[in-house]
Design a protein around this ligand. Structure first.
Ligand code: ADP
Ligand code: ADP
Ligand code: MG
Length: 454
């Protein structure tokens, strides 16, 4: 059944993005919010707003009972979870469905399967998709872990099965470090994710992060090509692009086909992303995890394919089959996205919310700005620091970088520190211009280039 009224169980720039997609399809919007978000842009833009609890996310955006009560009260027939918060919470998806509402995303069972990183590795292996060499399943204890580690060789990565957002990951260079980190990692995963389960992967050195966007309707899946997100700090993406500068047409085709096979093997429904590491030295790619939701960096894919991914999510959830055939999804030009966080790059990325005293947005051809900002807005200190994303399109990668540079020169967010100066410095770097990067590149650069950010 097509969605008529959508409850947005999220906040920030992604809530704004979802409202826009819904409105375009004539779907009414209900924006939930915490007491701290009463004057957010999403609340202003939505048709209706409902307060669901106090500022702490545990009492509002993570409060399933309050969200379902808001859906009932407003007469919404569907719920979009956005990213973060409850977006990959299988219980939430189940409870939305049990309440007779449409969850805009895959079923609780699919989230359970693919959201557990160990289970997802097994699904990938079964579909014939290469995974990073590592443990077959969860590692029971330190003794069992040592056997696996001896087999794959150091350095190794200890990862939480329930991890996400770059958290729950440790690197051990040798046995003694491993013995020290393993119990710590387990305790931390238990505290952070309510699940202490760990697994181990070989560290792929100088890897590039490439990921494939897919769409499925439960019957059929297709890919919308790849994004590259190798520029990371603390394993969190800060700059993303489409397509990847590193892939040959043959590798691109093999990678994207593997993702479709994997998604089809679980009858995937909705938008999803399969993340991989690409080893440039050998040309091999390895599946690392699946995100069963819309991702922060989806706009770069939208720009190079012309597909409105959030719009397609709403159509699929409304029961419509995929509108496109694979051969109708084509690539045009190059898109870049940079994440603007309320953090000061000159002070080791110290988070600092504040009030937007003045705002000048960039414009012109090939420039898109998705954000939660408006002049006079006070950023609440309770949530993550993403303010928005500056996205540019160019005929090719070089053109996109020139446009990013011009757009950054136009942008002014007064009243608080943002990560914009980091990107103004990065666009001048030869490695960046040449696309000569890997997942540790930015950390190395930050160690030696602090002066460029002062
Ligand atoms: P993407 O995978 O879309 O690039 P991120 O990894 O930055 O995006 O995650 C998007 C948001 O979701 C961030 O706010 C991040 O902190 C949060 N997030 C992702 N996975 C989890 C998780 N398992 N637990 C808690 N928060 C998460
Ligand atoms: P999360 O769920 O937190 O997003 P991922 O498994 O997607 O965790 O990994 C996050 C990042 O950590 C990757 O983008 C990459 O930079 C790094 N990483 C993960 N696994 C490996 C590995 N086996 N070798 C090298 N780097 C890795
Ligand atoms: Mg990831």
């Amino acid at each position: 059944m097509p969605i008529r009224k959508l409850l947005i169980a999220n906040r920030g720039e992604i809530a704004v993005r979802i409202i826009r997609a819904a409105r375009e399809q004539g779907i009414a919007t209900v924006q939930v919010h915490s007491a701290a978000d009463a004057d957010s842009l999403a609340v202003k833009l939505a048709d209706e707003a409902i307060e669901i609890g106090p500022a702490p996310a545990a009492k509002s955006y993570l409060n399933i009972d309050a969200l379902l009560a808001a859906a009932r009260q407003s007469g919404a027939d569907a719920v979009h979870p956005g990213y973060g918060f409850l977006a990959e919470n299988a219980t939430f998806a189940d409870r939305v469905a049990a309440a007779g509402l449409t969850f805009v995303g895959p079923s609780g069972d699919t989230i359970r399967l693919m959201g557990d990183k160990v289970a997802a590795r097994r699904v990938a292996a079964r579909a014939g998709v290469p995974t990073v060499p590592g443990s077959d399943g969860l590692i029971a204890d330190l003794e069992a872990a040592k056997d696996v580690v001896a087999e794959i060789g150091f350095p190794v990565m200890i990862k939480a099965a329930a991890g996400g957002g770059g958290r729950g990951i440790r690197i051990a260079q040798d046995v003694s470090e491993f013995e020290r980190l393993f119990p710590q990692a387990s305790a931390e995963a238990q505290a952070a994710f309510g699940d202490g389960g760990l697994y181990v992967e070989k560290v792929i050195e100088r890897a590039r992060h490439v990921e494939v966007q897919i769409l499925g309707d439960g019957e059929r899946a297709l890919h919308c090509f790849e994004r590259e997100c190798s520029l990371q700090r603390r394993r969190q993406k800060v700059w993303e692009e489409a397509p990847s500068a590193a892939l040959s047409p043959e590798t691109r085709s093999a990678l994207c086909k593997s993702a479709v096979k994997l998604a089809a093997s679980v009858n995937y429904s909705g938008a999803g992303t399969l993340e991989y590491l690409y080893d440039e030295a050998t040309g091999a790619f390895y599946f690392i995890e699946m995100n069963t939701r819309i991702q922060v960096e989806h706009p770069v894919t939208e720009w190079v394919t012309g597909i409105d991914l959030v719009g397609e999510m709403l159509r699929i959830a409304g029961g419509r089959p995929l509108r496109l055939r694979q051969d109708q999804v084509t690539l045009r030009g190059h898109a870049l996205e940079v994440r603007l966080n309320a953090e000061d790059p000159a002070k080791d990325f110290l988070p600092g919310p504040g009030t937007v005293s003045d705002l000048r947005l960039p414009g012109g051809p090939g420039v898109r700005f998705d954000s939660l900002l408006y002049p006079g807005y006070s950023i609440p200190p309770f949530y993550d620091s993403l303010l928005g994303k500056l996205i540019v399109w160019g005929e090719d990668r070089g053109h996109a970088i020139s446009r990013l540079k011009s757009a950054l020169a136009e942008l002014e967010i007064a009243g608080l520190a943002t990560t914009a100066p980091l990107f103004a410095a990065l666009v001048e770097e030869e490695d960046i211009k040449e696309g000569n990067v890997h997942t540790r590149w930015l950390e190395h650069w930050l160690e030696t280039n602090a002066a460029k950010l002062a």
